[in-house]
Design a protein around this ligand. Structure first.
Ligand code: DC
Length: 232
């Protein structure tokens, strides 16, 4: 324990991790770290370099040549920078999601990003979301949540989110993308998506956003402030 609290939220794409974690971070004044965005930035770098994203040697050779940094804007939103360029919007494109999932399967990439993620937790109270936060990145986290929902429910939400950003897609396309990533993220050898043994399982298929938020907020309060005191 380093004097800072850590909350780990893991789960498949589209379970609502990012939006819930962001709101929780605001409520409890933690820093929100979206680790998927970091993998997405590596995926984008590989895509731009035109290399085979499954070729570990090629991707590993690229890593020392690029700079990946993160920051927060005035609204407290996480921004990702690739060689100093703000790529926060571009990393959300569907083709980059696939690149991110591909590079995330490479042990060299995971090892490279591990320290960056741990450092955030050494210096801040963090709510970190991803796939292996409770199992690998922050095994000592005070609270681990494994957030899930059916593939259909996740595809419906992702489609609405894309539409709100003006991105046109179809339900089938989004569902296919989610299923591709579920299989790849769960079956890879390196830090696969799985619930930590001590994680609290939360299925949001039948819950709306506010209900999910209330449930998670209650978990945070119960786990981190059993006697109504949160300050350390
Ligand atoms: O959470 P997301 O959909 O933005 O993540 C993009 C990809 O990165 C996803 O396919 C899984 C991978 N990822 C990972 O392997 N480990 C993490 N901690 C976060 C994301």
């Amino acid at each position: 324990m380093n004097g800072f609290y850590a909350i780990a939220i893991d789960g498949p794409s589209g379970a609502g991790k990012s939006s819930l974690a962001r709101r929780l971070a605001g409520m409890f004044q933690f820093i929100y770290v979206d680790t998927g965005a970091i993998y997405r930035t590596v995926g984008l770098a590989a895509y731009r370099a035109g290399i085979d994203r499954r070729d570990e040697a090629a991707v590993a050779a690229l890593l020392p040549k690029i700079s990946i940094t993160m920051g927060y804007n005035e609204a407290g939103e996480q921004r990702m920078y690739l060689n100093g360029e703000d790529v926060s919007a571009e990393i959300r494109l569907p083709e980059i999601s696939i690149c991110a999932s591909d590079v995330a399967a490479l042990p060299a990439v995971r090892a490279y990003l591990l320290e960056m993620q741990r450092k955030m937790a050494q210096e801040n109270h963090v709510i970190m979301d991803g796939r292996d936060i409770g199992t690998v990145v922050l095994p000592e986290a005070e609270l681990k949540i494994f957030l899930t929902a059916s593939a259909q429910a996740r595809a419906r939400r992702r489609l609405l989110e894309l539409e709100s950003k003006g991105v046109t897609s179809s339900f089938e396309e989004v569902l296919q993308d989610i299923e591709y990533r579920d299989v790849q993220d769960s079956s890879r050898a390196a830090a696969p998506l799985k619930a930590a043994e001590d994680a609290v399982l939360v299925d949001t298929s039948e819950l709306d956003f506010e209900q999910s938020l209330a449930l998670l907020a209650e978990l945070v309060v119960t786990r981190l402030a059993p006697e109504g005191e949160r300050e350390k």
